[in-house]
Design a protein around this ligand. Structure first.
Ligand code: WTA
Length: 663
């Protein structure tokens, strides 16, 4: 393995160093300025990242371990959408997450684990132990037949083995596709099928508050429609009884036994796929966002380092689930790449009571805490009495992610959790961006409540108006696009590059379109307003309205439905479903219950509508398009002025829907 200390550039790399191509050798000379320490350094780094992006990223990348340096830092075009970072380089991300730290911090805790049940002892794994576990698990996967390039679906609760499984895949060059364990059998099957996974890693069950969830049972159901799956590896966690299919199912602990603690890391190309992660878009089924090895590594590490300003010895806790991108980048990869101590929590914020988060912060003396606005709003609603018994004195940085944070929640977080002395970083980013894009840097960038503030170095945001023109100047509002590639950006959507190009690069020429509306204030601070497409953000979870409609339409008595978001005091947005049945239901409450069950079955409980209204028709234009603008207004309770309805096929339907909503 190469590191900065033993790297000897080969003659070949030097001769290939044409003008404009920065090699690792050049980069090493200028390295070690990638940690921003103050606002002046931020502005300097930002300027450099725009004026000389290749040089800028080469210097940062030089701090990692490479098996072979790159030939070219960046190649890109947004027209066909083709982006390559560090092309020609060879590496393994797990050597950077683990091996690289063994000498300097082998005995430091890498993963701290807190069980769902506060009575049960947590676990901790040092970097050395994690390295051993990952190597053993990697050998176990190899024994089961997993090969480089194979897709492995991971459907696990929040236990250290989830991180071990991800890293074990990366160790041998298999591509992980983690599916959040709250998704239904149908969703799991769809994702397994799309990525043609041959292996599934799951557990017998999961604990969530007072409940236990039969994960293996869900997997069994999913596998009835997943012929691609050859083996299911099952972690014993809850010890509940499970159905067993001989020849297909195997126990993690049995397979792990006797596996060697040594596993040479597979040599990966910079642009080899690292993982697939499914996320919802405005149309069709969720798409498998693909991230590749080198760019994602550099981006997740660089953003973790600078946004959170992690210092050696800090305890860092991100409350996300590894099933989401936040868990990938800021529980597993980012923190481990930086040699941090990262806490994983299996449970939920409100069990045994709404003081659980705060109790954990005191227990582990957490210094950096990163959560979602929904959690903050929900805990705020439970009242300050759950906060005051806990000192929270260890905290110095608070983060938020996943959805816009309202001013009241921001202030409560700052005052009651941060005690007025912690920096709050409101981090805007997406599954597709791989890591944080716009955010204050803790203790550096002046925070402004509800603003994600300034772009990180390397990020060139632009606001675009309805005509597709860039809005220059401050104090402006428009659709948020990014006009230059950054290392952590998605490379494709699995199996369908054209869909990726159409989704992100065809709305505005030569720009990545985020799907978010955004405001830029007088000082150039960015505030994300919310999605401008048919994606809704419920408790920080992305949901396609079409996806929820498809699930509702599966009910045998449903003819058609239309789903919109509406403001929700805790969840940010709630789901409002307008449903047409074959006959107006005699027992509407019973029918609503059945519809909720159908959505839970097709997607998962997180997609259950908050409100269902039975209607006799939907406001459609003459060309058959549903006018969601009107439905959104009604859902918001803003029925006074519904705007122009003259283009509707049947304007009278609007009144009947409005009257129904008011009932
Ligand atoms: C929203 C989560 C406002 C946004 C990391 C984005 C935010 C979508 C913020 C991506 C924020 C994320 N302020 N809105 N700080 N962070 N969003 O893919 O609409 O699950 O497009 O990634 O969440 O959600 P995703």
């Amino acid at each position: 393995m190469l590191s900065l200390h033993n790297f000897k550039p080969k003659i070949g790399n030097v001769t290939r160093n044409r003008a404009g191509i920065v090699t690792l050798k050049q980069a090493i000379k200028k390295r070690m300025n990638s940690r921003i320490r103050n606002l002046e350094e931020y502005h300097k780094a930002y300027q450099e990242s725009v004026s000389q992006p290749e040089k800028f990223w080469a210097e940062i990348a030089a701090e990692f371990s490479w098996k072979k340096p790159w030939d070219k830092v960046l190649e890109w075009n947004f027209r066909d959408f083709n982006v390559k970072w560090f092309d020609g380089a060879k590496l393994n991300i797990t050597e950077n997450c683990l091996d690289r730290h063994l000498e300097s911090r082998g005995d430091q805790v890498a993963i701290l684990w807190e069980s769902n049940n506060p009575e049960i002892h947590g676990r901790q794994l040092s970097y050395r132990q994690l390295h051993t576990e990952v190597c053993k698990a990697a050998n176990m996967l190899k024994n089961l037949g997993v090969k480089k390039g194979d897709r492995v679906c991971i459907y696990l609760p929040m236990v250290p083995e989830a991180a071990v499984a991800m890293l074990a895949c990366a160790r041998i060059g298999a591509i992980h596709s983690v599916v959040f364990a709250g998704f239904s059998a149908q969703s799991l099957a769809d994702r397994i099928h799309d990525a043609q996974c041959a292996y599934v890693i799951t557990a017998d069950g999961a604990f969530r508050g007072s409940k236990s969830i039969a994960l293996k049972e869900i997997v069994d159901e999913a596998l009835q429609q997943s012929p691609s799956v050859k083996k299911v590896l099952v972690l014993k966690h809850t010890a509940q009884p499970v159905h067993w299919q001989e020849g297909r199912d195997c126990w993690w602990h049995e397979e792990l036994e006797g596996c060697s603690e040594h596993c040479e890391a597979a040599t990966m190309d910079a642009e080899d796929m690292l993982f697939i992660l499914y996320t919802s878009g405005s149309t069709g089924k969720p798409k498998g966002v693909v991230h590749t090895t080198a760019g994602y590594m550099v981006w997740s590490a660089y953003t973790f380092r600078n946004v959170f300003q992690y210092e050696k010895g800090d305890v860092y806790w991100c409350t996300a689930d590894v099933g989401w991108i936040t868990g990938h980048s800021y529980i597993v990869y980012g923190p481990l790449l930086e040699g941090a101590t990262t806490l994983m929590f299996e449970g939920i914020p409100t069990w045994p009571d709404a003081g659980r988060f705060w109790q954990i912060i005191d227990k582990y003396k957490v210094n950096i805490f990163y959560t979602a606005p929904t959690a903050i709003r929900s805990l705020m609603a439970h009242g300050d009495a759950f906060v005051y018994p806990h000192s929270l004195a260890s905290l110095k940085t608070l983060g938020t992610v996943g959805e816009p944070i309202n001013e009241e929640a921001w202030q409560w977080y700052y005052d009651n959790i941060g005690k007025g002395k912690c920096w709050v970083v409101d981090t805007w980013w997406q599954t597709e961006t791989g890591g944080i894009m716009i955010s204050p840097l803790a203790h550096i960038t002046p925070a402004k409540p509800t603003y994600a503030t300034l772009p990180l170095p390397g990020i060139q945001p632009v606001l675009v108006n309805g005509q597709g023109e860039e809005i220059k100047g401050n104090n402006a509002e428009g659709n948020l696009c990014i006009k230059f590639p950054w290392p952590g950006m998605l490379r494709t959507t699995y199996g369908d590059h054209e869909r990726c190009r159409l989704n992100y690069f065809s709305t505005y020429e030569n720009r990545y379109f985020t799907g978010d509306g955004c405001r830029r204030d007088f000082e150039g601070n960015y505030r994300i307003i919310g999605r401008v497409d048919d994606v809704i953000n419920v408790s920080g979870h992305r949901m396609g309205t079409a996806e929820v409609e498809n699930a509702i339409n599966e009910h045998p008595h449903v003819i058609e439905s239309a789903v919109v978001g509406f403001p929700h005091p805790i969840k940010g947005q709630g789901i409002y479903a307008y449903v047409i049945c074959d006959h107006l239901p005699q027992q509407p409450e019973q029918r609503k219950k059945e519809i909720l069950e159908m959505v839970t079955k097709m997607i998962g409980a997180i997609a259950k509508p908050d409100k269902i209204q039975f209607v006799s028709g939907l406001p459609k234009t003459r060309s058959g398009k549903i006018m969601r603008r009107i439905l959104r207004k009604i859902a918001e309770g803003d029925t006074g002025n519904l705007g122009d309805t003259s283009t509707l096929l049947d304007p009278a339907i609007v009144e009947s829907i409005r009257d129904g909503a008011l009932q």
